[in-house]
Design a protein around this ligand. Structure first.
Ligand SMILES: Cc1cc2nc3c(=O)[nH]c(=O)nc-3n(C[C@H](O)[C@H](O)[C@H](O)COP(=O)(O)OP(=O)(O)OC[C@H]3O[C@@H](n4cnc5c(N)ncnc54)[C@H](O)[C@@H]3O)c2cc1C
Length: 511
């Protein structure tokens, strides 16, 4: 018998905690969310998420609601020099892309968080306690014990949980408790974040697409958010007087080329320091980290919250498998080994782009412009890194990559057909050859078996020269098979999930 009051305690109810709570709610785990603030943080930080993240919201049953508070981006992000010439473009599609939706989505963070929190209310197994601050954590043998202060009454109580996930942001208490150092990826720079609301009927010179103004005199980012909301992020320069910088007259002067006080109202202007760090040690015993607690990125790719949502997606099904005894506790070690290199790839690119945007030396800017202007603007897409070492089998890629989300012949998107389960998708003739042992493994892990008859899935199998693919509940590929022997091998991933001893799971770790 466990001494725990809850299967999982989630500390922090920002995007990481709210997404995880939705997924744990679906899995039926008894969960408590502890958040010190009374309400959603009212000022926006994130304004963009990508197609994979929409897919996670879709898996959590929230896509229609999220669509009501977001808009698909029609075009990508342009990197322009001081003369307005485009050097680089981050592309994307607003049509149905590889994840079954647009590549870029724009939103107002408090509205998105409202939708995520409303989603959590669907689950009787998830309790949310706002104005409850976790002040101390003790990792015991049979449970983790939290000291929780009720900020409304001042009283303190204890909550015991089998696992604790610190979604408690950049200054994470859980990270301190874990003693996990931060690896510094090299970029730390203060920027001014300036949000505007256009007045009705205002005709401005602001474009529809996001622009990185790579002007060495004053680098800036501009973004059309949603509705009448517009965002400028403005790099601080040596000698800036911070008190003066956030005054309306200075703000209007900085953006006067595009918009004026007659056309818009200031919503807020705040200085943030952008960081690029990854914690080493996302898990110890019953304590885990997710979101900004585990990693922080400069927002040049709009990916900090996206990484938080991916963390939740990677972790939720593993917690479910471990708590329900279908996997040994060692499965949770694959969370950091899989996710850390993945988020590292995004932060590395954001830091590189920061180097391009934040060039303030005029000569270096001229050389940069000459290099890029030598040809047409280079178009690049988001990185698509595979997972690091973890629970997947065979050669990467395609193993350890995310599987696309095509539309099935019956009109459903793939994820709607497979739910939050493992899925074995393969040519019917190969699936028919599976042994009874392999079929038992599929059953033991509620694996959805989907004969591949849809043209888009057949095209994917053909392009990758395989006949079957095993997907994990987070849609990453656990393995591919060309024949019956390989089908048995990839199904071993499921057998190892059910292992009673950690050594069996560790045996699946890739070097
Ligand atoms: C200017 C700016 C622009 C950005 N733009 C983008 C973007 O376009 N796209 C994108 O993907 N990301 C973007 N980001 C990053 C994104 O905002 C963050 O990555 C995201 O909010 C992290 O979510 P989180 O849930 O991990 O942490 P947070 O949102 O910080 O939430 C942590 C929560 O934990 C609570 N908490 C902390 N300690 C305790 C405790 N001891 N007890 C109880 N509760 C506690 C806090 O009150 C808070 O509510 C941007 C960030 C900034 C600053």
């Amino acid at each position: 018998m466990s001494a725990a009051d809850f299967d999982v305690a989630v500390i922090g109810y920002g995007p990481a905690g709210a997404t995880l709570a939705n997924l744990l709610g679906h899995y039926g785990l008894s969960t408590v969310v502890l958040e010190k603030d009374a309400d959603i943080y009212p000022l926006p930080r994130a304004i963009h998420f990508d197609g994979e993240v929409m897919r996670v919201f879709e898996s959590a049953g929230l896509r229609p609601a999220v669509e009501t508070v977001s808009r698909p981006g029609l075009t990508g992000m342009h990197f322009n020099n001081a003369q307005g010439e485009t050097l680089l473009i981050r592309g994307g599609t607003h049509a149905r892309g590889q994840h079954g939706c647009a590549t870029n989505h724009y939103f107002h963070q408090p509205e998105l968080e409202t939708v995520l929190r409303a989603g959590v209310q669907r689950f009787a197994n998830v309790q949310v306690r706002t104005r409850h601050e976790v002040t101390a954590i003790e990792d015991r043998e049979d449970s983790a014990s939290l000291s929780v202060k009720d900020l409304a009454t001042g009283s303190t109580s204890r909550i015991n949980a089998r696992y604790v996930v610190g979604c408690d942001g950049a200054r994470s208490l859980v990270r301190k408790e874990l003693g996990s150092p931060l690896t510094d990826l090299g970029l730390h720079q203060p920027w001014l974040v300036f949000d505007l609301r256009l007045k009705e009927g205002a005709a401005t010179r602001l474009p529809d697409h996001t622009v990185q103004h790579c002007d060495p005199v004053r680098p800036m980012t501009y973004c059309n958010v949603t509705g009448n909301r517009r965002r400028f992020e403005i790099m601080l320069m040596p000698g800036d007087d911070l008190a003066q910088l956030v005054k309306p007259e200075t703000l209007w002067q900085l953006v006067g080329r595009w918009v004026s006080p007659e056309q818009a109202d200031i919503e807020r202007a705040v200085i943030y320091t952008f960081h690029s760090v990854i914690a080493q040690g996302w898990r110890r015993g019953r304590l885990l980290l997710a979101g900004d607690a585990a990693h922080q990125t400069p927002p040049f790719l709009g990916q900090g919250m996206c990484a938080a949502v991916r963390d939740a997606s990677n972790l939720a099904w593993k917690l479910d498998a471990v708590v329900r005894g279908r996997a040994s506790d060692a499965l949770l070690d694959t969370y950091e080994t899989e996710r850390s290199p993945h988020v590292h790839a995004f932060i590395d690119l954001a830091v590189k782009l920061g180097g391009i945007i934040q060039t303030t030396d005029p000569q270096a800017a001229r050389e940069r412009d000459a290099k890029f202007k030598a040809g047409q603007p280079t178009i690049f897409e988001f990185p698509a890194p595979g997972l690091g070492a973890g629970l997947w089998h065979g050669q990467a890629p395609p193993a350890a990559q995310i599987f696309p989300q095509p539309e099935l012949a019956d009109g459903r998107l793939l994820d709607q057909a497979i739910g939050l389960n493992f899925a074995l998708i393969g040519r019917p003739d190969l699936l028919a050859q599976a042994s009874e042992t392999t079929r038992q493994r599929w059953r033991a892990h509620a694996t959805v078996v989907l004969p591949a008859t849809d043209p888009q899935i057949l095209a994917w199998l053909h392009a990758n020269q395989v006949s079957a693919v095993l997907l994990r509940p987070d849609r990453y590929i656990a393995g591919v098979a060309r024949n019956a022997a390989e089908l048995e091998q990839i199904s071993q991933c499921l057998a190892q999930l059910g292992a009673a001893h950690s050594s069996d799971v560790e045996a699946t770790l890739k070097p």
